[in-house]
Design a protein around this ligand. Structure first.
Ligand code: ZN
Length: 62
């Protein structure tokens, strides 16, 4: 039985079984998602605020 999910960050189809970063496709996407929570991207998602204050390379420092 094969189960897969779409990564919430990059939408890549990702195997669920045996994936330590599920539901994400990789550690990178896992960190990106955590970062989004920390800096409030998700909390303001319903307010039509553009996430331009969140440079993508912020997550590369970890
Ligand atoms: Zn991903």
């Amino acid at each position: 039985m094969t189960t897969s999910v779409n990564c919430p960050v990059c939408q890549t189809e990702t195997p669920w079984t045996g994936n330590p970063y599920r539901p994400f496709c990789s550690r990178r996407c896992h960190i990106v998602d955590l970062g989004a929570w920390v800096d409030g991207t998700y909390r303001i998602a319903g307010e039509d605020v553009e996430p331009e204050s969140v440079p993508a390379d912020e997550t590369d420092r970890q």
